[in-house]
Design a binder for this molecule. Sequence first.
Ligand code: FES
Length: 271
Amino acid sequence: MRQFFTIASNAFMELVRQPVFLLLMTCSALFSVFLGLSLFIVYSTWAAFRGSHYFFGNYISPFYSPEIFGDSPHNWFGPKPTWWPAWLIFSPALLVLWAPGGFRLTCYYYRGAYYKSFWADPPACTVGEPRKTYLGERSFPLIMQNVHRYFLYLALVFILILTYDVWKSLWFVDPTTGKNVFGIGVGTVVLAINVVLLSGYTFGCHSLRHLAGGFLDQFSKSPTCYRAYACVTCFNRRHMLWAWLSLFWVGFTDLYVRLCSIGVWTDWRIV
Ligand code: FES
């Protein structure tokens, strides 16, 4: 009898071992995604509404760039306009952050990630839907996600602006002469890495891939499109990795500029 129970329990364990392992792996992966995205949303919302400590000398936080109106020397059109309604909260980040935020929110990778980790619909790939009519992203409100391709155009402009911010971060005011002199600080490196990671993420966008060559039937007729397509594909292969690295680093870049501005961290000069 004891032998029978041993064999039965071994058979049972063998049967459930793999599904339980897969279930635990899936849950922990989904929880990590949930946690990572939640932390970023909470921090970036807090930072965007602060409206202060977003620049430090020649550095500006990527959450606040371009600073259309604002109190820093980085502003494009002067300080907060006088016509701004008194009842409406003002922060330079709120004027621009909707564009990169919308780009991430509608990203094909993030869509899959937050559909699964935030409301488990679908719970995972290839898992059947518990309803008769599956409308997916072909009806309102999720059909709005198709706006992603337009956010891509804005994201490309933001890459140029953030690259210009890196250029500005190479010029420091000499306290003795008052002139701008070339230099590299740790903040310069932080801002530069941010642009590299955001570029890797943006240039691997599925919509950009389609734009580069997805509309062609024969690549042989357009070698330029083929090269562009191959380049985007190269970034696209690791789109998830670029997405997470750039998400983390853009938040860290804001934190770096903020803590330098408050005086908690010292920006060391390398050159
Ligand atoms: S699909 Fe992820 S950025 Fe476009």
